[in-house]
Design a protein around this ligand. Structure first.
Ligand code: HPA
Length: 245
């Protein structure tokens, strides 16, 4: 069963034929909201809105552990995470869709592991390739098949938020090798790996990162919303495409 985590601009899936919603409790507290169960093209899907259905939970307060745990206990076997990001690399401007292949984690103070100590041996999960190769390929293949341009590969810098970055921070991230910047990539991907849940991200570039192109003098949120709305139509098409397989 496919699990979808919807980010900014994707608090529901219009194409989801909803069967029921379920409030799931986990040992890690409450997920961002009830899980929505349903079908797309006859394919079972579970959806959760990362920031809550009313988009009220900021990135640093999302209960990532509860969200991932709830999806796992609901029988999800792979996760597609949809997230909006800022573009750093020159070919990743507003409206671009990208399937990242790497992550740099700049977050701090988040609950980022299911290992709480004392309940078994310490496990160091392999995270060389943070995204699942098969789920990434599925996203890329489906996008190609339905004719939606999607860029293959980017290094996703995860920042703490909720504020946006300074221009100097973005320069530093670029020096580090980052291509896109968002606030939710971690610990989400790491937690999915701890539970051995195949996980990949489909990122929507909402704006040029701070100090880049038209963001040189600040990032305007009005234009960001419009870009996201248009891009999410394409994201929904890709999700539909996955469910046709
Ligand atoms: N920075 C961090 N997160 C983001 C951005 C950004 O510029 N745009 C959308 N999410």
């Amino acid at each position: 069963m496919l699990g979808i985590i919807g980010g900014s601009g994707l608090t529901q899936l219009a194409n989801l034929d909803v069967s029921h919603r379920e409030v799931v409790r986990t040992p890690y507290g409450e997920p961002s909201g009830p899980l929505t169960f349903g079908r797309i093209n006859g394919h079972d899907v579970v959806f959760i809105a990362r920031h809550g259905y009313g988009h009220t939970i900021p990135p640093h307060l999302v209960n990532y552990r509860a969200n991932i745990h709830a999806l796992e206990t609901s029988g999800v076997t792979q996760i597609v995470s949809v997230a909006s990001v800022g573009g750093i690399r020159g070919d990743l401007g507003p409206g671009a869709l990208v399937v990242p292949h790497q992550i740099i984690d700049y977050t701090w103070g988040r609950e980022m592991t299911f290992q709480s100590g004392g309940d078994g041996p310490v496990i160091h999960v392999d995270f060389t390739d943070p995204y699942d190769a098969e789920v990434r390929q599925l996203l890329l293949d489906v996008s190609r098949r339905i004719g939606e341009p999607v860029i293959d590969g980017a290094v996703y810098a995860t920042t703490q938020g909720p504020r946006l970055e300074t221009a100097a921070e973005i320069n530093r991230m670029e020096d580090d090798g980052a291509d896109i910047v968002g606030m939710t990539g971690m610990p989400e991907a790491g937690l999915a790996r701890e539970l051995e849940l195949p996980y990949a991200a489909l990122c929507v570039v909402a704006n040029w990162a701070a100090g880049r192109a038209d963001s040189r003098h600040g990032i305007k949120f009005e234009s960001l919303e419009a870009v996201l709305q248009e891009a999410m139509v394409r994201v929904r098409r890709i999700i539909e495409g996955i469910c046709e397989k």
